[in-house]
Design a protein around this ligand. Structure first.
Ligand code: F6R
Length: 249
């Protein structure tokens, strides 16, 4: 089904949701001799990465020729920090598949100059076309860490995190707001929209509101995910709870 130009898939069965997302990844990999995949972190894509690792174990998929980009990283965190997104990617995916380390692009949140690091990443991104971008959505309406108020024309940049995002992320930091990162480096909305295809995964009732705002609200900087409506090839993968407020006539 399409709602305001965005393809929406609603699943009763969460396993099937992730299996269908896996098929997206497999098909992007099959289509290109050098597939470029944009990865997200957080809870939403985790079951997808689990399936990828399982299928890789069965010899069903290979990332040998694949190039990866990640959306974002917390400032002050490097790959050895258990809460960094680099650690998450290595631990949940990259260490278990055959992707060439040289082809993995991650943002270094511990760089001396985060501005320079953002520029470095942006130069790399400028040379590539992401075939498939995997996204989650924050309860602030962010994609990547493009929080409300972000200029959609920005490339990779340093950003302060929205209080809602800090509250949400505190679950990974013993619910301690003091320990939860307040800033990050993120790919821009402009970079995300360059991807040939975008799949956004949202599950659970906490996401129902932002899904409605994205689908029916105006396109404006106060709600960053609304810019996805400017893209021709976006698909939302929703479970029943995240889709709960969508009214089907
Ligand atoms: C993660 C990212 C974020 C998350 C979003 C949803 O790399 O860029 O935009 O996708 O915060 O997080 P979860 O999936 O944990 O609800």
């Amino acid at each position: 089904m399409k709602i305001n130009g965005i393809e929406v898939k609603i699943f009763d069965n969460i396993k099937w949701l992730y299996r269908t997302c896996y098929n997206e990844v497999a098909s992007a990999i099959k289509k290109s001799a050098r597939p470029v995949i944009g990865f997200a972190t957080g809870s939403s894509p985790l079951p997808l990465y689990k399936i990828i690792v399982e299928e890789f174990g069965k010899g069903k998929i290979s990332f040998k020729n694949c190039v990866s980009f990640n959306l974002d990283e917390y400032i002050g965190f490097n790959a050895s920090d258990k809460n960094s997104y680099a650690y998450y990617m290595n631990n949940n995916l990259f260490n278990h598949i055959d992707i060439n380390r040289k082809n993995i692009n991650l943002i270094d949140g511990s760089a001396k100059s985060c501005e320079k690091e953002a520029k470095r990443y942006d130069r790399l991104l400028a040379k590539e076309n992401i075939d498939l971008q995997i996204l989650g959505i924050g309860t602030s309406g962010h994609i990547g860490f493009n929080e409300p108020g972000t200029n959609p024309g920005l490339g990779t940049h340093v950003t302060e995190l929205n209080q809602r995002t800090i509250n949400d992320n505190s679950r990974f930091f013993n619910n301690n707001l003091e320990l939860t990162p307040k800033s990050a480096i993120t790919m821009g909305i402009k970079d995300i929209l360059k991807a040939k295809r975008i799949i956004l995964i949202a599950t659970g009732k906490a996401k129902a509101n932002v899904i409605i705002q994205m689908l029916y609200g105006a396109i404006h900087p106060g709600f960053p995910a609304s810019y996805l409506k400017n893209h021709k090839n976006v698909c939302l993968y929703l479970d029943k709870e995240a889709a709960n407020l969508i009214r089907l006539n």
